[in-house]
Design a protein around this ligand. Structure first.
Ligand SMILES: O=C(O)CCC(=O)C(=O)O
Length: 255
């Protein structure tokens, strides 16, 4: 896995950064958030799953780090910031968004996340300087629905018909496979506490979890000093309005 590098391949894998104690604390805090208990007094930015919803569905919650100091402390850990800076060759690392993607054992297509590149949802950001770190809070095996990446796809033009929220992977797999050889698709299998990083332009997806235990990823979207905001439609202004607020958008590395 260490053979991939972010600049050339659009994805890379870091050795273990978080230890078992830190992970156990973070999972406990995330369980409070899932249950609707916000120990900081602040709700998440958005929830795509609520208590009482289908237990086989993906639990996606946006900006869980607002809800609990333990989660905020976890993603702002010093050696995480310096590892991201090293891998992206950056002078400054700022987190601007986070997501919990908790994938229980799947039923049918319930665990599918469609192919997409993150930048397709972020017209308010430049293409340069935007990355995503995917932190494995559980061991991620090929059976637990790991993230799949298309290596080198950060250099592609955009493809249409692909969307994170579209669970029909069969149709979307065809679009991807018409564009590249199957050996270009790699699995983000990770040990607990390990991290992958992908460019905002790298195509990725994930399929069903057939293991009994949930597959848990804490997804950290970050930018470096090369990122530029782009003037867009008013409907997007809420996405970046907290950029100067350290509680929402902490700088976790600065040279
Ligand atoms: O966790 C997943 O399965 C998908 C995550 C994702 O789309 C991302 O990290 O950008």
């Amino acid at each position: 896995m260490l053979k991939y590098n972010l600049k050339d391949n659009g994805v890379c894998f870091l050795p273990k950064i978080f230890n078992a104690t830190e992970i156990a604390r973070c999972i406990k805090a995330l369980e409070f958030v899932i249950g609707g208990k916000y120990r900081s007094g602040h709700p998440p930015e958005a929830r795509f799953w609520n208590v009482g919803d289908d237990p086989a569905s993906i639990i996606k919650i946006d900006k869980p780090h607002l809800c609990d100091k333990t989660i905020w402390g976890f993603i702002t850990k010093n050696n995480f910031g310096s590892a991201l800076a090293k891998a992206t060759n950056s002078k400054k690392i700022k987190i601007w968004h986070s997501q919990l993607v908790w994938k229980p054992k799947s039923r049918g297509q319930s665990g599918n996340a469609g192919w997409h590149r993150d930048s397709q949802y972020w017209p308010f950001w430049s293409k340069k300087g935007l990355f995503t770190a995917w932190i494995a809070l559980t061991k991620v095996t090929k059976k637990s629905g790991p993230v799949k990446f298309v290596i080198n796809s950060h250099t592609w033009e955009s493809l249409s018909g692909l969307d994170f929220f579209n669970k029909n992977l069969k149709k979307q797999n065809k679009i991807i496979k018409d564009r590249c050889a199957s050996e270009k698709i790699i699995l983000g299998t990770l040990g607990k506490g390990e991290v992958s990083i992908h460019s905002s332009l790298t195509y990725h997806s994930s399929g069903k979890n057939v293991e009994e235990k949930p597959r848990v990823g804490l997804v950290v979207h970050f930018c470096n000093e090369e990122a530029k905001q782009i003037k867009t439609d008013k409907k997007y202004t809420s996405s970046l309005k907290f950029l100067a607020n350290d509680r929402v958008s902490p700088v976790i590395y600065e040279k």
